[in-house]
Each structure stands twice: as structure tokens, then as C-alpha cells.
Design a protein around this ligand. Structure first.
Ligand SMILES: [Zn+2]
Length: 319
């Protein structure tokens, strides 16, 4: 697959990174298996489980908003099952993924991690009411004739990000870790705990899933999307490590004199530009937006190698 053209200053994302077309209302909904469905607006994703007693919705992204209920109505009209959302699971507290929660009313049972409850009480946002049911490690949600297994494996993208698994339909939903068909969102997915975010890649692969609902972009994920993202990150890590120790830090220090932050920033900019180049070339035909975000990912990688792994000091000298 070759990049066929450009959009603005950036390459057109390769074909496999894009998903199904949206309908006139601006969403796409389809079945994953049994009562399990996913809905997307090509940027955000939610998942829902239709049962004989009501609907379990996982996440309520702001951008999908009222289209969540439209998507649910569309599929329950065919199955004849109830269309009322009785349960709302929060993947994590961030407003972009659950900011449409209040649409589903005060009576809906909201399930989230204890840390999600703490963060939502802190944020005090009427669009994101705190969970009514919380858990610490694991929670089995059984509704009607259907079930989901919720689990917390430590902080990653956020302090409270959980894993939502459907064993019946071999589907795992984890948000803001894997970006199927694309490089991650900027700066390593804006992870609040970068080592935990890297660890989450392996925790995802420990689940026996076939389908991944990753929370972003226009298509579902598969196991090989996790594998290629791991490979992209490993290559970037190697490239940053190599650039950090070969860029001439002393020339930046001489140029900026006593302005230490300026010296570091101009050194880091050269490291990241040099580190990103071969990685963009290698992945441009396989992952969308490699040219957009790889330099920003390199900057975050440099900081995690330094701060979290202790592999480099400020100017790339191995301590
Ligand atoms: Zn998030």
C-alpha cells in the first residue's frame, strides 16, 4: 500500500485506517455479535449491549451525543428489544468520552471505578454525574440475559481507565490506549501514566479478544492493531535513545549559554526530529498520521526514557 496523495501538508491516511461511511445523521452503528453493537462518528466510539430488560451503554462521547440513542433505537426497532438505557458504564472520567452521560437521565445506573468517582466528584461537571455503583478490581455486570466483565489493571492513559470485556462476543473495550490503523493521539495518547500506558498494551493482549473497541477513530480494532502499535513504539523508543546520545548536546549548550531551558529545548528538538524521520518512513504506509504525530511522540518518549526509566540525563548522557 502506498500513500496516494496528501491532504494539506500531511499525507493521506492509508486505506485500512478508515472505517465505514456515516449515515445522514453523522454516525455508523453495527453489530459485533449477539446483542453487542458499536457506534462511531469516525472520531469517537461507544459500545452498547442490548438485553431483554434494557440497554447497557459503555461510554457517552460528547461528539456522538444524541446520536447514541438514535443508534440504539435503530437496532432495537429491528430486534424488538427495549431501547431504554438502564446501565451506563464509564471507561474513565475524561469529558470527551462520557460528556454526554447526562442525556440518559438521573435514573440510569452508572458503573465506574472508585477513582472515576473521585475524579468526577472533584470535576463537579453536571454533564458527567458520578457513578452510582463503583468497584476496585473487578465487577461482573449481568443485565437481562447478557454480561460484561469490568476490570481495573492500574493507571495508564488516565488514573482510572478500565477494561470492559465481553467473553460471549470476544470483544474488549479499552479507550485511549490503542488507535487502530493510526499512530496514537498526540504525545503518547496524552497519557497521565506513561509506563502504565505501555504496560496496558500487554495487558490488552492477555485478554482472549478478537474485536477491540478502542474508543477512537472510525473502525474496530483487532489483535494485530495492538501488535503494530507496540512495534511502532518500540522502534520509536530505539530511535529516540540513539538520537539522544548522538546529537551534539554541547553545541546547544554553547549556543544558549546560561539559558538552560533554551539549550535543552533546542537539543530535544534536534533529537526528536532526527528520531522521528526513520520511523515516519517505516510506518507511513501502514499507520495514519505517522507524519503528523511522530515528532510529538518522540518528545514524550524522550521524557519517559529520562524521567520514568532513568536511562538518560537531561542532555542525553547515560548516568
Ligand atoms: Zn481520555
Amino acid at each position: 500500500m502506498t500513500v496516494s496523495g496528501s491532504q494539506g501538508a500531511y499525507a493521506t491516511p492509508p486505506g485500512p485506517s478508515t472505517g465505514p461511511a456515516l449515515n445522514a445523521d453523522g454516525y455508523h452503528v453495527s453489530n459485533i455479535g449477539g446483542g453487542l453493537y458499536w457506534v462511531t462518528d469516525s472520531v469517537y466510539q461507544a459500545m452498547f449491549l442490548v438485553t431483554k430488560t434494557g440497554v447497557v451503554l459503555v461510554d457517552a462521547p460528547q461528539t456522538i451525543g444524541e446520536n447514541l440513542q438514535r443508534a440504539i433505537d435503530e437496532v432495537t426497532a429491528i430486534s424488538g428489544k427495549p431501547s431504554t438505557v438502564t446501565h451506563l458504564v464509564y471507561s474513565h472520567s475524561h469529558a470527551d468520552h462520557i460528556g454526554a452521560a447526562s442525556i440518559f437521565g438521573a435514573e440510569v445506573e452508572r458503573i465506574g471505578h472508585v477513582e472515576t468517582e473521585r475524579l468526577l466528584r472533584r470535576d463537579d461537571d453536571p454533564n458527567r454525574p458520578p457513578p452510582t455503583v463503583t468497584f476496585t478490581d473487578r465487577y461482573e455486570l449481568a443485565v437481562g440475559d447478557e454480561r460484561l466483565e469490568l476490570a481495573y489493571h492500574g493507571p495508564n492513559h488516565s488514573p482510572d481507565n478500565i477494561f470492559v470485556f465481553s467473553p460471549d462476543y470476544e470483544t474488549l473495550m479499552v479507550v485511549d490506549v490503542i488507535y487502530p490503523g493510526w499512530v496514537p493521539f498526540k504525545s503518547l495518547g496524552l497519557s497521565q501514566d506513561t509506563p502504565g500506558w505501555f504496560r496496558a498494551h500487554d495487558q490488552i493482549l492477555e485478554y482472549p479478544f478478537a474485536t477491540l473497541v478502542a474508543g477512537h477513530l472510525g473502525r474496530l480494532g483487532r489483535r494485530d492493531d495492538v501488535v503494530i502499535q507496540k512495534s511502532y513504539l518500540a522502534d520509536l523508543s530505539d530511535s529516540v535513545r540513539a538520537a539522544a546520545t548522538t546529537v551534539d548536546a554541547q553545541s546547544h549548550i554553547r549556543e544558549h549559554g546560561a539559558n538552560v531551558w533554551a539549550a535543552y529545548q533546542s537539543y530535544a528538538d534536534e533529537v526528536c526530529a532526527r528520531a522521528a524521520r526513520p520511523v515516519v518512513t517505516k510506518y507511513a504506509d501502514n499507520l495514519g498520521a505517522a507524519d503528523v504525530y511522530t515528532t510529538a511522540h518522540a518528545a514524550s518518549m524522550l521524557e519517559t526514557l529520562r524521567r520514568d526509566r532513568g536511562e538518560l540525563d537531561l542532555f542525553g548522557i547515560r548516568p
